[in-house]
Design a protein around this ligand. Structure first.
Ligand code: DAH
Length: 346
């Protein structure tokens, strides 16, 4: 192959040079342009070329070298700019939009309950979750041997052996404990709503949990009657579940109220005709209520000959179930965003 042919051949090779990374690029430079490179070798041979051919061949060789150098630096620049692009931080760029959270369904329901009762004069009162036996049971007229005090129901934190003592420390098992706190620290008229978390020693399942939420209501004044209780609860049911909602009160028993009742609302799934949700009865239970037992008033230092009062207590999860048809109670505390995102955004 003549020198000219070899130059031509290398021109073709140089035009097709490809490198994926810096090492390959360097290998190409060594192959063609280093001291022992193929193009350098041609320059060395050029010295032996007869002078009449030098002009044309010289031009061709220079062109070859320029093309090789040009192509190599082109590839180097492309590589460098790609690396720079990958590493570059553009601090002026607006961030990706942050996804807003949603309100927890239990918060939504609790706030709705508070909102409805606040329109008829109730204010919010709170009490401790770690309580003593006296405020959770004793002052609420629970007999010492009442089964609700049992270890099976109540989480004790400090407990003396034998029958319960007023000073035993426990996790409150209902928000009725806030009643006793309010009645001992305020004078009637009292009209409070006590929302909060309660604890019971239950096995966790779709229908029961070891903690849940309640809203307690208490109204103490002169001449408060059962009719006032019924009126307030009917108003609540219609506000919460719609104007067609009906209520019914069934006699029941709670140590802290006398008389006591449980309230059902008409099933809004079947309109009261009876379906699987209401187990064919047309009614679903939503709360317990009654007239505050005189023993409770007296235990809290309120004269039961002057004052009467009513109380009620409901489960927030229960109301949320009726409103949102959440079949499994555990969903409320598992914080699965797929569940939570279904509710009203912040
Ligand atoms: N404390 C009761 C419970 O946890 C609920 C309750 C029933 C509260 C009747 C009341 C009431 O104030 O009057 O099951």
């Amino acid at each position: 192959m003549t020198l000219k042919d070899r130059v031509q051949d290398l021109l073709g090779q140089v035009a097709g040079m490809q490198a994926q990374n810096a090492e390959e690029l360097e290998a190409l430079r060594i192959k063609y342009l280093s001291k022992k490179g193929e193009i350098t070798a041609l320059f060395n041979e050029f010295r032996t070329v007869p002078s009449d051919q030098k002009r044309e061949l010289g031009q061709m060789l220079n062109q070859l070298r320029q093309q090789a150098e040009g192509r190599l630096s082109e590839m180097r620049e492309a590589m460098e700019s790609q690396i720079a692009k990958a590493e570059r931080l553009d601090l002026t760029r607006t961030p990706d939009p942050i996804q807003l959270g949603t309100r927890h369904p239990l918060s939504l329901v609790r706030e709705e309950i508070v909102d409805i009762f606040s329109r008829i004069g109730f204010t919010v009162a709170e009490g401790p979750e770690v309580e003593d036996d006296k405020h959770v049971y004793g002052m609420l007229n629970f007999a010492p041997e009442h089964p609700a005090r049992d270890m099976q129901d109540t989480f004790f934190i400090e407990k003396e052996l034998g029958l319960q003592k007023p000073t035993d420390v426990l996790l409150r098992s209902h928000t009725s404990s806030v009643q006793t706190r309010v009645m001992t620290s305020q004078k009637p008229p009292i009209r409070v709503l006590c929302p909060g978390r309660v604890y019971r020693n239950e096995a966790i399942s779709a229908r029961a949990h070891c903690f849940f939420h309640q809203v307690e209501g208490l109204y103490i004044d002169k001449n408060v009657s059962f009719a006032d209780l019924k009126e307030a609860l009917l108003y609540f049911a219609k506000e919460m579940f719609g104007p067609e909602t009906q209520i019914r009160l069934r006699p029941s028993y709670f140590p802290f109220t006398e008389p006591s009742a449980e309230m059902d609302i008409s099933c809004d799934l079947c309109g009261g005709k009876g379906c699987s949700f209401c187990k064919g009865t047309g009614w679903v239970e939503i709360l317990g209520c009654g007239m505050v037992d005189p023993n409770v008033l007296e235990a809290c230092g309120i004269d039961s000959k002057v004052y009467t009062g009513y109380a009620f207590g409901m489960g927030v999860e229960r109301i949320a179930n009726l409103k949102y048809r959440v079949k499994d109670l555990r969903l409320f505390s598992e914080n699965d965003v797929r569940f939570l995102r279904q509710f009203e955004s912040c």
